[in-house]
Design a protein around this ligand. Sequence first.
Ligand code: SF4
Length: 209
Amino acid sequence: MEELLRQIFDKLLSFYGSQEWWPGEGLEIAVGAVLTQQTNWSNVEKALTKLKDANCLSLTCLEKISIGELEQLIKSSGYYKVKAQRLKNLIKLLSINSDPSREDLLAVNGIGLETADSILLYLFEKPHFVIDSYTFRIMRRIGIYSGRNYSELQRVFMNNLPKDIQLYKEFHALLVKHAKNSCLKNKPKCDMCLLRNNCIYKTKKNNST
Ligand code: SF4
């Protein structure tokens, strides 16, 4: 498994190059991790720009701003009422705890495993591999993991890769890139795919035609 994951990473990196991801710095990363739930990044960017334009991408402002005003600023990210409350909950934690543990983050209402790990990896630079729907899709098709359990798939990566923060960031970003570029939800571009020799999905498809 270790060898296979390494091969996949090396192929993705040599094809796509370094992704220099996640966008933003500091608190923007944590806010982005909440806003990106159930939407695409372009909608998040619009909301982040509104927060910046309103000088409200700071703990002080996000603590003070009314929930109604916050809802208006983040409206473009969708589910804005729920997300505004989640942001308030997260800001409350970060304003009293500048180095939260995974358990601290998961105790915040509305912060799930993926959001907590994104915040830990990208903001606090702690080695937590982030799993998302793109990771599930590619790993299932390649034949590495067919379940639906976040922690199980996370262990596949974390038990077989060194605890390297840059590697975790880069690998996650490359999987997102590959899922958007080739391993599409409905019509994956298998014939052109750099991972086709590692992937059982393509073989299965060919056998059924
Ligand atoms: S061969 Fe097809 S299914 Fe497999 S990783 Fe590539 S695009 Fe996805």
